[in-house]
Design a binder for this molecule. Structure first.
Ligand SMILES: [Ca+2]
Ligand SMILES: [Ca+2]
Length: 178
């Protein structure tokens, strides 16, 4: 994602956004507040799983929300994803279709067969339209990233094959933040 990286905005700009999102003025942005603030532009509520994943990523003090100190990183993260999404939405339809998803994942360095890409499309196509929206695209990429990292820990010779004990597999899956 580094090539979608946007510069960090100034503190005053971030403070104005933070204050608008922190509806109850608690000094923390919770998952509910973030979900309200983020919009797909499609009249559908932003995927709560994606919100939960993002709060978890930037809740550095484990306080169930994102404070102003960490908010800049969250803002940048969402903005970078927006740029990323727009660049892969080649036809400007506002969603990612099968072909666009395949190109995006290939650009990220994943080598996946058409069958696997079809399966990912079905899994993250929350509205059942054969396409993936912005929030579901983020979730799809985070889940794939986490699964791949977990696999790589065991694939020490990097041949794409692992042998794994049943209980190791269970704890691997349960330990994933997906
Ligand atoms: Ca709050
Ligand atoms: Ca598209």
């Amino acid at each position: 994602m580094s090539y979608f990286s946007s510069p960090m905005p100034d503190r005053q700009f971030l403070w104005e956004i933070f204050s608008g999102v922190d509806k109850d003025r608690s000094g923390m942005i919770t998952a509910n507040e973030l979900q309200t603030a983020l919009s797909n532009g499609t009249w559908t509520p932003f995927n709560p799983e994606t919100v939960r994943l993002m709060i978890g990523m930037f809740d550095k003090q484990n306080r169930g929300g994102v404070s102003f100190e960490d908010f800049g990183y969250l803002w940048k993260y969402v903005t970078d994803w927006q740029n990323c999404f727009r660049s892969f939405d080649r036809d400007g339809s506002g969603n990612i279709d099968r072909q666009e998803l395949g190109q995006a994942l290939a650009t990220f360095g994943y080598r996946l067969s058409p069958n696997t890409i079809d399966m990912m499309l079905r899994k993250f196509d929350r509205l059942g339209r054969g396409t993936i929206l912005f929030d579901d695209f983020i979730q799809c990429c985070i889940v794939l990233h986490n699964l791949t990292n977990a696999f790589k820990q065991y694939d020490t010779d990097q041949d794409g094959l692992i042998t794994i004990h049943y209980e190791t597999f269970i704890s691997l899956v349960l330990g994933l933040k997906v």
